[in-house]
Design a binder for this molecule. Sequence first.
Ligand SMILES: Cc1ncc(COP(=O)(O)O)c(C=O)c1O
Length: 473
Amino acid sequence: MNILKNNTKYHLWNPFTNLEEFIPYKDVGPMTLVRGEGAYVYNAAGKKFINASGSLWNVAVGHGRQELAEIAYEQMKTLCYSSCFQQTHPKAVELADKLCGLTGNVYDKVYLGCNGSEAVETAVKITRQYFRQSDDHTLHGKYKIISFKGAYHGVSYGAMSLCGDDLNEKLYSPLPEGILHINPPHYYHNAYNTNNPEECERKCAESLRRLIEKEGPETVAAFIAEPVMGEIGILPISNGFFDMVTEICKEYNMLVIADEVTTGFGRTGSLFASENWKVRPDIMCLGKGISSGYLPVSAVMVKSSVYKNFIGKEYFQHGSTSSGNPVCSAVAMGNIDIILRERLTENSAEIGAYLLDGLKEMMKERNIIGDVRGKGLMIGIELVKDRETKEPYKNSEVFNIVADCASQGLIAYYNKNIIALFPPLIIDRKIADDILTVLSSSLKTGKAESIKKKMRLFSEFASSKKMTAIDKK
Ligand SMILES: Cc1ncc(COP(=O)(O)O)c(C=O)c1O
């Protein structure tokens, strides 16, 4: 079966994809998914996979929800599009109200966007304008933003700069000025010379204070972080750390921004991870699970204490055509209703703990697992050659493991030597057990195992070659 229609050529420039490697292996059928239902996705050959990566960490309510399709259909017929520039419409207003309500109205203003990068970019601009328009003139020089080196905040220039990624610097510099980094409290990698999580976080908070002092507090505007860092390899950070940081930021008149693009909407077992901090962040960025990928939606939640600097001053010079799109807003509301109605946050906490326990148990038999960590249904498995030296598995070796998982019907996310699980929040213990069974098999090492894996891949290759090859013409 050819997934491309007659005369269709492959012109797609896939994001974050090495096309030169990807296209040659099109003969085996690159992961070409054509259908989804619940926690499962299916390729062109009809093979069923557990979607343990939650697609791109975003499909919270699972695939194929008819009620969301119906909401989109009805809204498209009623009002497919209307701008929110100098005018408004019910769906954007209702979504903003719903989002504020979910936070107990701690937040008062909501900017709607289309993706996480846009949410972070918007938060950066709000922060800078907030200080520039302060009634207190001594705050006008604040523009620097501190983030964790190795964080992931998105791809647009502002968001990308916050990631502190050397490759971005090499390829895309000059990056915007005034972005500073500290090392995250990665206890497993002995950040701050300790593998004790509490001590590591305390030292990290101290290093934040030192950086602010060194740069000059009159120039530093905000600190931004993911409550559980994703791309770096799933690093949960304690509420206590954020309480310390919030105190420091208050002392230096800085804003705290939580990037909850990944952690929001139940992913970590709380509706929002930062709801467990003593003081909620001034700004919270949301995306991914807000619409489960049915349509592109993101949001920036802002406290009235921040918005006050926009009243009677220059209004926010920001917005794009699709901000608050009515169909996207309606679908996001439908998606949030499902998360609440089906108690998916609670399910995420329960099944996440079950999976984490299962993986910790698996560590006893699979030496290749150096560390397992996570919160709710956001779990990382770090693969090492040696638990003492923590020598990492190579990217290509981890790719082989993930490919073996796929040949056994499990799609897992990986980055460097970390396999990450972000399944839809609807999964039950049976699916969690299936995930554990496949992982346990794919993480087995040794000669016999590697022969088995090769045979599994070979039979996959043979069947997919027949059925899913993309036309080379
Ligand atoms: C924490 C975090 N922030 C921002 C983003 C960027 O979101 P998007 O890919 O929707 O632009 C991501 C994406 O993975 C993310 O994990």
